[in-house]
Design a protein around this ligand. Structure first.
Ligand code: BDP
Length: 717
């Protein structure tokens, strides 16, 4: 008798618990109820009388967002009015639509903000005040609305202050490394969110939430598929599927790009060649581009990885990167498409230091690329390492459009088990002074196009998004998606401010929570560098999956082994890239080459990236190199333990589900940090033959055991 009642009670209890718990799905758009009475009544007034100047699909998307926000923040739907003056408080529209009610000065000011810019503030008409959100185009209005909602959530909305903003970069883009079978290369958050099998018939609601999240950050372009490309994406069947995604994303201002496999003419059409100068090949790509545009009229263009890590490219036919890229760019040009060509090229048949190969290939081609080509350069010359000095191509080519490629997914940074906020690392790169083309140039100013008058600008990030309920595997990895979007919009934005914004939107306003999580975020990158690759060490991760330490990895092509990079021997450690070594430093401006060539002057964080130094080399603080390496690894572990303690102190203030998710992952991170420290120090000690400093926690375990660990099913490969 009691049983069903008891079970029902348990079920009810579980459901209500569950509805309280937060699984992270809503990202930074969870629109918490407004607590502050004054703000609440102000927003109630505004959302109680919304007038849209005109109709279009983007305004529908805005209405959807206002609906979600209002229901969640105020527990009621917004009221839309038909008459712009009667019972109206909030005006939403484009500059042209509001031209009768905006002063000429205001209109000129807004016009200067460009396609994606917006302005919001109070407009007076016949003695009555209206709050207006205005863009030059509907997409600018959308960005303005998201910004307004954000200000409500972070309690900074002030209707008496005008606010305007515009992005500094044209293309703010996510690169998905998603395969057509839904596996994701270097993906640690489940499978691909593109359900190709059920497309075009089935539109997963996630696509819309994905578009909302991106638009809320200003991300306006998405490359759907892996750079290690499958030509099938260019067949009609897949175009129909991609078209559906493009249709979903369009109201949110997001353009779709696809990766083009250079050998597609052979694979799809049976041509004998993919030579970019062959007339049949040229005609194949022209027809292909026309066909894609017939499905997706605003198709963004192609992203291409060629002649790199086994991908086909123009070199097979004795042609260079410019000839390959330009042929594809010509096919896209009549439709206004952009061709993004990656500079991540290196060959194991070339003995030259891998660090130098991209410059060697691209610098001689500077000025030879078409106007609709952008060269997409990774932040560093090797490969998304925990810390890299900026890529020497920045500033070395000045007559070619260049764009940035960051990696948001944490391939080399602890994947989805480590909490690492990447924005400080990106900020470090963006702020780096290149001294070329002008003494004050930075990577950021080059990307903004200021230095060379570059018209097409791009910041891309390799996505960390998958089917996991919280999208990114680790809840805190959401901060990296968020920060990427913010930096692509404004490469000068400080990572600390971005962190604070994300925390407030994700965890609320409590100053103690904001400051404690801020500390965790801001220290997390340096901690990871400390326990993985301190002092400029690089590429010493496990073979192929890049999970965990693998400084002993040898065999196969040299530039995929760890000793190629750390060069540890009985005399010392580090890769000599000075003139006495590979000479890679000469690819930087003389100001940098000079300073960094001197091991006593180079910033110590890059020391072993450029120098092979004796174990007893003295650092600025008087420690020997060997001691300092040990101190860094030791510190890294301790920093993770501090992160754990800080997080634990927040338990009463964090949603239980989110708290426990992060707590468990931090425990794994702590174990992994210890594993890194033990394995690397024990391994390097076989060369240094020196004792560990006595004031560190002594590395424990058996080196042979660490070497024997295998992870054949590690995710992301
Ligand atoms: C490396 C990844 C590899 C990618 C490659 C790339 O290990 O999976 O295909 O970059 O960027 O970091 O093309």
């Amino acid at each position: 008798m009691y049983k069903p009642i008891f079970l029902a009670a348990v079920l009810w209890f579980c459901i209500s618990l569950n509805s309280l718990a937060d699984d992270g799905y809503k990202l930074w758009l969870d629109y918490q109820p407004i607590q502050e009475a004054e703000l609440k009544s102000e927003i109630e007034l505004l959302l109680g009388g919304v007038y849209f100047f005109g109709e279009n699909p983007t305004f529908e998307a805005i209405k959807n967002e206002l609906g979600l926000a209002s229901k969640s923040m105020l527990e009621k739907a917004p009221t839309y009015t038909e008459d712009r003056l009667q019972n109206t408080r909030l005006w939403i529209g484009t500059r042209a639509q509001l031209s009768q009610v905006l002063s000429l000065t205001k209109q000129t000011e807004i016009k200067a903000l460009g396609t994606d810019g917006y302005w919001r503030g109070t407009v007076e008409l016949d003695g009555k005040a209206f709050y207006a959100i205005v863009g030059n185009q509907p997409v600018g209005v959308l960005y303005g609305v998201f910004n307004w909602l954000n200000s409500i959530q972070s309690n900074t909305f002030d209707k008496s202050t005008e606010l305007s903003d515009a992005p500094k970069i044209n293309l703010r883009m996510l690169n998905h490394w998603d395969n057509l079978d839904r596996t994701v290369e270097r993906g640690y958050a489940g499978f691909s969110i593109w359900d190709w099998h059920r497309l075009p018939g089935y539109i997963d609601p996630r696509y819309i939430d994905y578009a909302r999240a991106n638009a809320s950050l200003g991300i306006n372009a998405v490359s759907l598929t892996n750079v290690n490309a499958n030509a099938l994406i260019l067949t009609k069947d897949f175009m129909k599927k991609a078209k559906v995604l493009a249709d979903v994303f369009r109201p949110y201002g997001i353009k779709v790009f696809l990766t083009a496999r250079f050998s597609a003419p052979i694979q799809l059409e049976g041509l004998k060649t993919a030579d970019p100068l062959d007339p049949e090949v040229i005609s194949f790509w022209k027809k292909k581009a026309d066909e894609i545009y017939s499905f997706i009229p605003d198709f963004g263009g192609f992203l291409v990885k060629a002649n790199s890590e086994g991908q086909p490219g123009p070199h097979e036919y004795g042609r260079n990167h410019a000839e390959g890229a330009n042929m594809l760019a010509d096919a896209l040009a009549p439709h206004g498409g952009v061709l993004i060509w990656r500079a991540f090229v290196y060959s194991h048949e070339d003995d030259v230091d891998r660090h130098m190969q991209a410059n060697n290939e691209f610098v001689p081609l500077d000025g030879k690329f078409k106007d609709n080509v952008i060269i997409q350069i990774k932040n560093g010359a090797i490969d998304f390492q925990p810390r890299e000095p900026f890529h020497p191509l920045y500033g070395a080519i000045n007559q070619t459009n260049v764009g940035m490629e960051f990696q948001i997914t944490q391939e080399y940074l602890g994947q989805a088990t480590n909490l690492v906020y990447l924005a400080p690392m990106w900020e470090e790169v963006l702020k780096s002074n290149t001294y070329k083309p002008s003494p004050t140039s930075t990577v950021g100013s080059i990307l903004e196009g200021d230095e060379t008058g570059q018209k097409k600008t791009l910041i891309a990030g390799v996505s960390n998004i998958g089917t996991d309920r919280n999208w990114t595997g680790h809840l805190f990895a959401q901060s990296n998606w968020f920060a990427f979007g913010k930096l692509a919009w404004d490469p000068e934005a400080p990572s600390e401010e971005i962190a604070e914004e994300w925390i407030k939107l994700t965890f609320g306003q409590d100053p103690e929570v904001v400051s404690a999580i801020g500390e965790i975020l801001m220290g997390s990158h340096e901690a990871a560098v400390d326990y993985m690759t301190p002092l400029g060490l690089h590429h010493i991760m496990g073979r192929s999956h890049h999970y965990g330490p693998g400084p002993w990895v040898t065999g196969g092509r040299a530039d995929w082994t760890a000793p190629y990079y750390h060069q540890a021997d009985s005399l010392g450690i580090g890769f000599d890239r000075t003139d006495a070594g590979s000479g890679a430093l000469d690819q930087y401006a003389p100001e940098i080459a000079k300073q960094w060539s001197d091991p006593n002057q180079i910033p110590e964080k890059y020391l072993l990236w450029f120098h092979h130094l004796p174990w007893d080399f003295k650092l600025k603080n008087g420690d020997t190199l060997w001691e300092e390496i040990a101190y860094h690894y030791d510190r890294g572990v301790k920093e993770v333990r501090e992160m754990q303690e800080t997080w634990a102190s927040l338990e009463p203030k964090i949603d239980p589900e989110e708290f426990d998710h992060v707590r468990q992952l931090l425990n794994i991170q702590q174990e992994e940090a210890e594993w890194w420290r033990n394995a690397c120090l024990l391994y390097f000690q076989t060369f240094s033959k020196r004792p560990f400093p006595t004031d560190i926690e002594q590395p424990e375990g058996d080196l042979e055991y660490y070497k024997s660990l295998m992870f054949p099913n590690a995710p992301g490969i």
